[in-house]
Design a protein around this ligand. Structure first.
Ligand SMILES: *Cc1c(COP(=O)(O)O)cnc(C)c1O
Length: 454
């Protein structure tokens, strides 16, 4: 007979199927499939851990968001926020749906061009644009969103040598009633800096002021903040029109809509508390329609929604490496997903589901990642059943920021797979290997073959 594994006994109240003071406990939910494809099959083909993107969820969510705005306002244009997830396959789904590209660096700008986005459908944001970036953007007719006066003067200087006028907007920050204020990007509204930037642009021969932009924050829990922001941009547009008889072509409300993830320390789950696309759309479009802008001069409404569009389309599958008891008898489960690939675990309480049948008996458990680092904790405390080594787990809602902010640390970044509408699997980013790193590193001659020299 095979020797059974020994685990030090501890006393633990049996809770499965027994009511507590809130009534019956909920059943342990398991999730064995993504879009009808078994999790087990994905791991057999692509290993563990593995990121999975659902093409269907991307399209469905985009359509929902688009309809929320389009049904309330005549002219709406989304621009996909590259930094939220810039895997080419993901970007291309958004571009196919009609999204432009919103980029915040020369690297992302190049990526968008390579994805076939025409220069005049790229919005270039961010405080770090090199002279080269600005020249390219002017030549390609991209929309340059100016962050600070130094950039404004650079554009004037660089467009002196260009036959083309730079198409520009300014980024505006303002008090929206949400604190701390995001005032490190763009020109401030309340202190008059934004108005001053507008005047400088309007008297310059080299620039055409086409838009006004703001991005008031991220994971904004209140739609009203957008109403305040939209009113302030509308007031600037109206004032510009009155002074210069120049109508602003678009107002860009940036991103920042909350996804359905739950923030750490939140009392209720994000899916019950976050505003819907309809709530945000209602707030923004009401503010624009009710502003002093004349109806025939209503600007196109741009949105750079990132997180709320992609989060639900991303999944992370992992497996259990080991179970152990901490010195205080608390149960710990070690999984092969670390904070280096699940960056958002620093601020979200991610849901974690067993991906096969399991016991209904749960225990307060800490989920650790595989890194040799104390902060590698995926969940500090979760009611979780005892899984065995090799059992699979599924973490939903990881589509935003993880596949861009992930760090190569200790181990390779994993495969990313897309499930298409017909349930076919496609590898869209290969797991790294030693060659990837060899290609980047250079060992000086004097350090080669040191073992031969001994
Ligand atoms: C990051 C960013 C976005 C996307 O923000 P989300 O919170 O993911 O919606 C949009 N616009 C700008 C300028 C950004 O920096």
């Amino acid at each position: 007979m095979k020797k059974l594994r020994y685990e030090r006994p501890i006393i633990n109240k049996i809770k499965a199927g027994v009511p507590d003071k809130y009534g019956m406990q909920t059943k342990v939910k398991i999730r064995t499939e993504i879009d009808g494809v078994p999790v087990k099959e994905i791991v057999e083909k692509y290993g563990s851990p593995v990121f999975v993107i659902s093409e269907k969820t991307i399209r469905d969510t985009y359509q929902q968001a688009y309809m929320a705005f389009q049904s309330r306002y005549p002219k709406v244009q989304f621009a996909w926020s590259y930094k939220t997830n810039y895997l080419d396959a993901v970007c291309k789904v958004y571009h196919e749906e009609g999204s432009w590209a919103e980029v915040v660096s020369g690297f992302e700008y190049e990526k968008a061009l390579k994805n076939g986005v025409p220069g005049n459908k790229i919005i270039f944001n961010g405080p770090d644009k090199t002279d080269e970036d600005i020249k390219n953007a002017i030549e390609n007719g991209s929309y340059i969103h100016i962050d600070h006066f130094d950039e404004l003067y650079s554009i004037i200087r660089l467009s002196n040598n260009s036959t083309k006028k730079a198409k520009v907007a300014i980024r505006v920050n303002m008090d929206t009633g949400v604190y701390p204020k995001w005032d490190r990007f763009g020109f401030n509204y309340e202190n008059g800096e934004a108005w001053s930037a507008i005047n400088r642009i309007m008297i310059s021969e080299n620039m055409e002021l086409v838009g006004l932009h703001t991005h008031i924050g991220t994971y904004m829990m209140t739609a009203n903040a957008y109403a305040v922001a939209a009113s302030k941009l509308a007031a600037l547009a109206d004032r510009t029109n009155k002074k210069y008889n120049h109508s602003i072509k678009y107002i860009d409300m940036g991103g920042g809509f909350a996804s359905k993830n739950t923030l750490k320390g939140a009392y209720l789950p994000g899916k019950d508390t976050c505003p819907s696309f309809d709530d945000y759309a209602e707030a923004i479009t009401s503010a624009l329609i009710n502003s002093d802008i004349e109806p025939d001069k209503l600007p196109v409404l741009f949105l750079e929604t990132g997180r709320a569009l992609i989060d639900d389309a991303g999944y992370l599958i992992g497996s259990v490496l080991a179970n152990k008891r901490l010195s205080n008898a608390r149960r710990a489960t070690i999984i092969d997903i670390g904070v280096n690939i699940l960056f958002t675990s620093f601020w979200y309480e991610h849901e974690v589901y067993p991906a096969q049948e399991c016991s209904q008996q749960t225990e307060d458990t800490t989920l650790y990642g595989p890194l040799c680092m104390n902060i590698d904790v995926i969940r500090e405390s979760i009611q979780f059943p005892l899984l065995q080594k090799g059992d699979l787990i599924l973490i939903p809602r990881v589509g935003a920021y993880n596949m861009t902010q992930w760090m190569q640390f200790i181990t390779y970044r994993p495969n990313v797979v897309m499930i298409d509408k017909d349930k076919n699997l496609h590898l869209i980013r290969k797991k790294e290997d030693l060659l990837v790193f060899k290609q980047q590193e250079i060992v000086p001659d004097f350090l080669s073959d040191q073992f031969d020299k001994l």
